[in-house]
Design a binder for this molecule. Structure first.
Ligand code: PMP
Length: 405
């Protein structure tokens, strides 16, 4: 039985929108995904019925909020197969999660140490490590990609030495859609004793993630890219590391005891969660994961593969269009350029026809420079994307071509 795209779509109210009389064709899912009604309802219910701070109230609303908030942590822990719930740290998103790891590691990095990233990194996974290296005297090494956007695994392996302290790479590239062989890459990095951080911002919403099976030390992702609210995300990390590292921010919640002279820290996960958290966001993310994990995950992977194959075939046949990024394993992203049109023009002219894509450098300027492109036009798909919407994209691109001529 094929994946029930229409059944899924019916749960996303925004997909009924029209843009200037055209049905909305939302192909900007790598930037953020839309939210199903159950997530929207969960947010409304929280603010309407039990809005309260968590962990510290002596009343019913606080109990209810705390129960739902901590249940969301269990939900995430189960979804990614964490060893323990205290390994799930709430953050504001992938960016903050990576920054927490960098903050923890920065104190341990020394001149002579090395951090390895890849050429396909989002800025969040470059600048953070670049700055940690600059302040510690460690060296940042960048594993190269082929022109296809696939990582050069031999070169990657050659960069790994006994000086490598941390290896950071994306599960899926947001600009090119390249899916990295994260299990094999983790094993290679572990064989030299390095820590491994996976930027899962684009990997989390395309099927199951099992952090224990991957074998990494950290996996970071954002709620808003997997049908949850913005402003909430997850850092999953090994308890043995997170429990030892310096605290990230100080304030309420993360303490055990405070005097004017000193303070001691709470246990995990709270020691890394200072201040009032994004309670509605966390509960909303719990609802999103609960909803997502009940879907036919195998079916949705097949659906997304079929969408990718269909889009790629149409793109190859489209005269004057060049696909940017043709790795053998790709997920959900078609980046492209068109003769005679800057990506920004393509985006503008598609928007006039109700088609939402993203254009520009996709927070990956060094990658754009490496590929010698000014940026790309990027159509990105999700579980609710119809095959007919990809056809609509190419029909609209025909018009764009005509307008650009
Ligand atoms: N890494 C990748 C691969 C991403 O696609 C993104 C979001 N575009 C991020 C990191 C940063 O995520 P956020 O802005 O939600 O923190």
């Amino acid at each position: 039985m094929s994946f029930d795209v229409e059944g899924v779509r019916a749960q996303f109210p925004i997909l009924k929108r029209e843009i200037d009389g055209n049905p909305l064709v939302y192909l900007d899912n790598a930037a953020t995904t839309q939210k199903p009604q159950c997530v929207i309802d969960t947010l409304v219910e929280y603010y309407s019925n039990y809005n309260s701070n968590v962990h510290r109230g002596a009343h019913r609303l606080a109990d209810e909020a705390t129960t739902r908030y901590e249940a969301a942590r269990d939900c995430v822990a189960g979804f990614i197969n964490a060893r323990a719930r205290q390994e799930v740290i709430w953050t504001s998103g992938t960016t903050e999660a990576i920054n927490i790891v960098a903050h923890g590691l920065a104190k341990q990095l020394q001149p002579g140490d090395e951090v390895v990233v890849t050429e396909m990194e989002h800025h969040a996974n470059i600048v953070t490590w670049q700055q940690a290296c600059l302040s510690s005297g460690a060296a940042l090494k960048v594993a190269p990609i082929f022109d296809s956007g696939e990582l050069d695994q031999t070169a990657f392996e050659q960069l790994l030495t006994n000086k490598t302290r941390l290896v950071a790479f994306p599960h899926v590239s947001n600009s090119l859609g390249t899916v990295n062989p994260i299990v094999a890459m983790t094993a290679k990095a572990k064989s030299v004793g390095a820590l491994v951080l996976i930027d899962g911002a684009q990997g989390i919403a395309h099927g199951g993630v099992d952090v224990q099976a991957i074998g990494c030390d950290f996996y970071a992702f954002s709620g808003h890219k997997m049908f949850g609210p913005t402003g909430v995300g997850v850092l999953w990390g090994r308890e043995s590391l997170l429990a030892e590292w310096p605290v990230w921010q100080t304030g309420g919640e993360m303490i055990s005891e405070v005097t004017y002279q000193s303070a001691s820290w709470n246990t995990l996960p709270y020691r890394l969660e200072a201040g009032t958290p994004n309670i509605a966001g966390v509960i909303g993310l719990g609802a999103a994961i609960d909803w997502f994990s009940k879907l036919d995950l195998l079916g949705l992977q097949q659906h997304e593969r079929a969408l990718m194959a269909h889009a790629t075939a149409l793109a190859i046949d489209f005269e004057g269009l060049r696909i940017v990024g043709q790795a053998p394993e790709k997920s959900g992203v078609l980046s492209f350029l068109m003769d005679g049109g800057h990506p920004a023009d393509i985006g503008f002219l598609l928007d006039r026809q109700g088609i939402a894509i993203r254009t520009g450098h996709h927070c990956a300027e060094p990658l754009m420079r490496r590929l010698a492109v000014p940026g790309t036009a990027r159509a990105s798909f999700s579980i609710y994307t119809r095959t007919s919407e990809i056809d609509a994209l190419f029909t609209a691109l025909d018009k764009v071509k005509f307008m650009l001529a």
